[in-house]
Design a protein around this ligand. Structure first.
Ligand SMILES: Nc1ncnc2c1ncn2[C@@H]1O[C@H](COP(=O)(O)OP(=O)(O)O)[C@@H](O)[C@H]1O
Ligand SMILES: N[C@@H](CCC(=O)OP(=O)(O)O)C(=O)O
Length: 369
């Protein structure tokens, strides 16, 4: 049966050697594998890093640029170069590709989020392989994914993929960074991410060009598996592994998909939006939301942190400050400070106008525990 595959390849797999030149053989093999999947009917998205790394090599830089403006300039050089190479290789196999450059803001804005969804669907129907990267040249620091692991997970959730492959320069996740700890134990299957993060050590990026190391890959696995996407971390230097994994071979680290309990809009609220503040709740409100599936009322709010507007996303926290849910607020932060702890019947009196009875309606509320 045709499946939807999102494949993310990191800079560490795209480049090789001391000079950081493009790993042509690896990339060519990946192109062949993706074309093969496409030809048998799968929908394929490639999320490719490398704009900064490739741009730096093109410009003869020996280190990853640190300043934002420099990174943006170098990415602008590298992205074009990268796409030219992909187009050349995919064209040999007569496979059309498309470039999709996204920013964090594109995911926050509901209309543009839906537009991106429609564009992906149209490209799939045309038989095109979209190649996605962050639009590094325009993204500002506060509104950056910063790493393509997270971007690829949000894309996988958006297109409701069956698989997300995170191709990197290690064959799988280990109990500790295998470059540093030679006793590190390989992990083949992850059912509970909460248990995993308590038992393993996650080190930084393996190469000076990689960005997030395993931390961002595990966060990506969390977003994707919650959306019902099976996620696999595997070695990018052997792209044929992808086909072997799809055929059932036990390669890489598999993160089991969780049952899809929330709809696409709620996934957008929980993962694509950036929370602008926090509402701390008393025990009664926590129970009403997590067990009772109820809306959040003003009476259960004990503290309001941050400044935000009505319809912004906020975190809902238990009395210890731990996030338990996210939701869209019906009032701004200043109004909620005035009504916190009060009965809903008092809201209109206090605020001077009749608004919603709830602070966060259950249709706009997602438990994230
Ligand atoms: N627990 C771990 N298991 C495996 N690799 C780890 C772990 N902790 C840190 N790493 C490092 O993460 C690196 C991969 O991340 P990164 O360099 O960001 O790659 P990419 O460019 O593919 O995103 C590996 O080379 C490895 O050294
Ligand atoms: N958008 C950046 C990618 C950042 C990134 O996530 O890199 P990597 O850790 O190598 O996947 C670029 O194209 O250089």
């Amino acid at each position: 049966m045709a499946q939807t595959l999102v494949v993310k390849i990191g800079t560490s797999s795209l480049t090789g050697g001391k000079e950081g030149n493009l790993a042509l053989a690896t990339i060519a093999q990946l192109v062949e594998v993706l074309c093969h999947c496409r030809q048998r009917g799968d929908r394929v998205v490639l999320v490719s890093s490398g704009a900064v790394g490739v741009g730096a090599v093109r410009l003869g830089l020996t280190e990853r640029p640190q300043q934002l403006a420099q990174k943006q300039a170098v990415a602008a050089v590298g992205q074009g170069h990268l796409m030219r190479m992909y187009d050349d290789l995919f064209s040999v196999l007569r496979q059309p590709i498309a470039q999709i450059l996204l920013t964090r803001q594109n995911f926050v804005d509901r209309q543009s989020y839906l537009n991106i969804y429609n564009t992906f669907q149209a490209l799939f129907e045309l038989g095109v392989i979209p190649i996605v990267n962050e639009n590094d040249t325009v993204a500002v620091d506060e509104l950056k994914f910063g790493d393509n692991d997270t971007l690829s997970a949000l894309v996988a959730s958006l297109v409701e993929a069956d698989w997300l492959f995170l191709l990197t320069d290690v064959d799988r996740l280990y109990s500790a960074d295998p470059r540093i700890d030679k006793t590190a134990v390989p992990i083949e299957r992850v059912v509970s991410l909460a248990e995993l993060t308590q038992t393993i050590q996650i080190g930084a990026a393996g190469s000076p060009w990689g960005t997030g190391g395993m931390t961002t890959k595990i966060r990506a696995a969390e977003i994707a598996t919650e959306a019902g996407v099976r996620t696999v971390i595997t070695d990018g230097r052997s792209p044929t592994n992808l086909l072997k994994i799809l055929a059932g071979e036990p390669l890489g680290t598999h993160f089991e998909p969780r049952p899809k309990t929330i709809n696409a809009r709620k996934r957008w609220i929980a993962r694509a939006l950036i929370p602008k503040g926090e509402l701390w709740l008393d025990e009664g409100a926590v129970k009403a939301i997590t067990v009772g599936g109820k809306s959040l009322l003003a009476a259960g709010i004990t503290r309001v942190a941050g400044e935000f507007q009505a319809q912004d996303a906020v975190k809902l926290c238990d009395p210890a400050g731990t996030e338990i849910a996210r939701g869209l607020v019906n009032y701004n932060s200043e109004e909620i400070r005035r009504v916190q702890g009060q009965q809903s019947t008092e809201l209109a009196n206090i605020l001077g106008y009749a608004g919603a009875d709830t602070i966060v309606h259950r249709d706009n509320l997602v438990v994230t525990l």
